[in-house]
Design a protein. Sequence first.
Length: 215
Amino acid sequence: MTPPLSPAARRQEQDWIAFTSAIDPAAPGAFEDHLAAFRKIYAGRAAADGPPPAWLPSPEGVSSSNLGRLMKRLGVSGYAELHAWSARERPAFWGEAIRTIGVRFAHRPSAILDLSRGVKDPCWLPGASMSCVASCFKAPGVQPAIVSGSEGTREMEVLSREGLSGMAESVARGLRAKGFRPGDPIALYMPMTRSGSSWRDARRCRSPTASPRRS
């Protein structure tokens, strides 16, 4: 279990929250000034308190997060207790995670975890099949799918789920035109960009289902 923070560390984090909360998003100032403030506020932090966090969620953000809602539903008092439960009750934890994320199955698994072969050869979600695309594109098309930016600029680009779906389908049609069929292996060596994402999703658009593997 993670030891509690020292009073000094808690004060440091409160001071950092106060500093970041006062930043005007329209005129955030220079990164160098923020870094100097970060180093000053966290100066002398004890190693036992861990590395200083650059971002801390608000209490409202914690309670409204997936993790916060899960803790409330389970009746646990904090993250340490939740972590202990997740390590102790792994099938229950991953069952909750799958339901929270909203994974869509073409064929539902017969169990979350099958240990009939022993703990050294676990089988997760036996009997299940799914398409990642069905889960990725279930939200309304106007909602953001990718928010991206480039170094040297503060401009952000937003690609909707409908836009990403269209890009993926375009790539999938091109793959079919080249003679690729479901089950054919395709290796991708691409950066984590919008185009790279469309290729990864297009690969799944070709194949209706994917079965879980042992790990």
